[in-house]
Design a protein around this ligand. Structure first.
Ligand SMILES: [Zn+2]
Ligand SMILES: [Zn+2]
Length: 352
């Protein structure tokens, strides 16, 4: 079969590789349909990564060259023994997170922190940019009314939902979202779905900010943290927003998030910053702020996200700004996204 594989920085190749073996107990072979390009993939391409396994992974044994693609929908091709919840021909969304189910983190419901966790498409032998992938049956949820295109956006939507729920966004809240990439866009949607009354978005790229604002937010027309905060105080009766979400991962964005939040407010950080940055700790203490980091999602958040997409509460396909063929994945995908770009989410069609 053919697959797009990461060999190292700036080295993605469409390779001929072996098909997956027949599925074992609880395993399923799927054919990826639509598969999203993620900032995590792009960081591996530009050499700023660290998410792929360079040495054999303890759970999966995989290391580079690796098939990428961890945000994808798929059609079931073959099921192994003891698989009775999906059958050949079913269309599914694949949860890339693989976990042991037995460690302390798993038992506490914090699956992203499983001691043995792996990600299909980053630290497994299989990924969404291959003709076929071998996955565990617990990773599959039937699309059941969700389009295959939208199914490929469920994974980043689960990341945004997890961040929004961890930050406690609720009915009537005012929310500031810094960063209008895919996670920023999906966080705007998640905040709306959670009942936020007003959502504000900032991105230095005004085109992206306007695109994301159309999902249910107002653009913050300032670009410097103190002015962003002042704009948001003006919008909220002088108080500041209830919740800020750092979806940008830049020091300026984090500063704006801390300055823009009201006394007693919360700052959620789904963005992965490249290093440590200064934060106004004095303001955290004096104004009773809460900072909430978040990574990935739990099994529970995953299922809730699927249900919300199915119910039409998260119209995730609206963040898709480009659809490309797998043969175009380098020049129309990685190369474009490695530069400053207007794209929010690029999806790759792997099988029809
Ligand atoms: Zn991703
Ligand atoms: Zn575990």
């Amino acid at each position: 079969m053919r697959a797009a594989r990461l060999h190292g920085p700036a080295d993605i190749r469409i390779d001929e590789v072996d098909d997956p073996p027949d599925p074992g107990p609880h395993q399923v072979v799927v054919a990826p349909l639509w598969s999203g390009l993620c900032g995590t993939d792009v960081k591996e391409f530009t050499g700023h990564g660290g998410s792929v396994a360079a040495t054999p992974h303890p759970l999966t044994g995989a290391c580079i060259p690796l098939i990428l693609g961890h945000e994808f929908s798929a059609r079931v091709v073959a099921v192994g023994p003891n698989v009775d919840d999906v059958a050949a021909g079913d269309e599914v969304v694949v949860m890339p997170l693989q976990y042991c189910g037995r460690c302390a983190a798993c038992l506490a419901g914090r699956h992203t922190h499983c001691q043995l966790k792996a990600w299909t498409g980053l630290s497994s032998p299989w990924g969404g940019f291959g003709d076929l992938a071998l996955v565990e049956s617990y990773q599959l949820t039937p699309l059941d009314g969700i389009s295959a295109l939208a199914g490929a956006v469920v994974e980043p939507a689960a990341v945004a939902m997890n961040a929004a729920m961890r930050a406690g966004i609720g009915p009537g809240d005012s929310v500031f979202v810094a960063g209008a990439g895919a996670i920023g866009a999906l966080t705007v949607m998640a905040a709306r779905a959670a009942g936020a009354a007003s959502v504000y978005v900032f991105d230095p790229n005004s085109k992206r900010a306007e695109y994301v604002a159309a999902l249910g937010a107002e653009v913050v027309p300032e670009d410097e943290p103190a002015r962003i905060a002042q704009f948001l105080r003006d919008r909220t009766g002088g108080l500041g927003v209830d919740v800020s979400m750092d979806c940008a991962g830049k020091p300026q964005a984090m500063t704006a998030c801390v300055q823009a939040v009201r006394t007693g407010g919360k700052v959620g950080i789904p963005a992965v910053h490249p290093g440590s940055i200064p934060v106004d700790v004095r303001r955290l203490t004096r104004d009773d702020l809460t900072i909430v980091g978040s990574i990935g999602y739990s099994r529970e958040t995953w299922e809730k996200t699927v249900r919300m997409v199915r119910a039409g509460l998260l119209p995730v396909e609206r963040i898709v700004t480009a659809r490309i063929e797998r043969d175009q994945i380098v020049e129309k995908g990685f190369v474009v996204l490695a530069q400053p770009s207007h794209e929010i989410k690029v999806l790759v069609q792997v099988n029809r």
